[in-house]
Unconditional design. Structure first.
Length: 335
């Protein structure tokens, strides 16, 4: 008596079908992972964002999405170039309007729908002196940081919102009557940074970080890389961070702007971009200048030790010094 085999061999086509299904599932999983890895970011601002009065405005507009359709690259496109070189996948969009403060982007009926979407990250700033109608007053920026932030959180509760504190204007310091006329060139940047910190403090559940661009601009001046007064000529060996109006930025200033955004938002050290960074070359910035600006951005973004950390360091150094003194006291005297 013959017995049928306990398990008949599967047809080869069944093996192939299952293998094909497995390959399809793996490919789908990999595609889903890649899609999730892409980070959407929106830049909201004005001429300081889009690179007015410099060739940065026209840099690589095809790499970003200008929601206003004006074909601008600007700081967002430079940021995009940095992320690509760092191996990061960012989908970059921008919505800008010359001279605008934050209220414009929410209150303008034709504009709000362009930005009222789910974003992973949003970075924004207002007018150069905080408020043209009330210079050095952060109230309007603070109010609309809350309004815009609430709108973004309604679409994505995990959105990260950044505020970029902009730079000192040389025109308001040296030639035009203003609150900062006659003051040190660094003062406006300090005051604007303080204003954005007020907005962040008033909206703690919305703002992830204030990006201290104006303080980095000050650092470029105080370390001798950039000239402090474009009205009396640029010192040999130094650069001009301002454009020809001594108000907007030059390509060097916008490059620093993008570096600060890049370092703060991605957490990647700007110095990793190095002297061969591609946007710098396209903007006429030398490798040495790019490295200098990367170093300035990295130094400004470096975490400041907490007071307790400083105290521990001081106590540690004191203990080491005391130990050495005691050891020296027990050594035999020289002959």
């Amino acid at each position: 008596m013959t017995h049928p085999s306990s398990a008949a061999p599967r047809p080869p086509t069944l093996h192939l079908a299952r293998a094909g299904l497995l390959a399809t599932l793996v490919a789908a999983a990999l595609h889903g992972t890649a899609a999730q890895a892409s980070t959407s970011i929106l830049f909201i601002g004005n001429s300081f964002t889009y690179g007015a009065l410099a060739s940065a405005q026209n840099y690589a507009p095809g790499t970003v999405t200008d929601l206003r359709g004006t074909n601008i690259g600007g700081v967002p496109a430079i940021f995009k170039a940095f992320t690509t070189q760092a191996g990061l996948d960012y989908n970059v969009s921008l919505e800008t309007q010359p001279g605008s403060n934050l209220n414009y982007h929410y209150d303008t009926a034709a504009v709000r729908p362009l930005i009222d979407k789910a974003w992973d990250k949003v970075v924004m700033h207002g007018q150069s002196n905080l408020n043209f109608a009330a210079p050095n007053n952060p109230a309007l920026i603070s109010q609309y940081t809350g309004i815009l932030g609430t709108m973004f959180q309604a679409k994505n509760a995990a959105v990260d919102v950044f505020l970029t504190a902009t730079w000192s204007r040389a025109d308001l310091t040296y030639v035009t009557a203003s609150l900062w006329f006659g003051q040190p060139i660094t003062q406006m940047g300090i005051d604007v940074n303080a204003g954005y910190n007020v907005a962040a403090a008033n909206n703690p559940s919305i703002v992830k970080q204030v990006i201290p661009l104006g303080l980095a601009w000050n650092r470029a001046i105080t370390t001798g890389f950039a000239d402090d007064n474009p009205y009396n000529g640029i010192t040999p060996g130094q650069v001009n961070l301002w454009a020809t109006d001594s108000y907007h930025a030059s390509n060097l200033g916008y490059y620093l702007h993008a570096l600060m955004d890049f370092g703060a938002i991605t957490g990647v050290d700007p110095r990793t971009l190095g002297s061969g960074e591609v946007a710098a070359a396209a903007l006429g910035i030398s490798g040495a200048q790019a490295v200098a600006l990367q170093n300035i951005a990295a130094a400004q973004l470096a975490p400041v030790p907490e007071p307790a950390t400083w105290l521990m360091c001081l106590l540690g150094c004191g203990a080491i010094g005391l130990k050495r003194l005691r050891a020296r006291a027990t050594e035999p005297a020289d002959a």
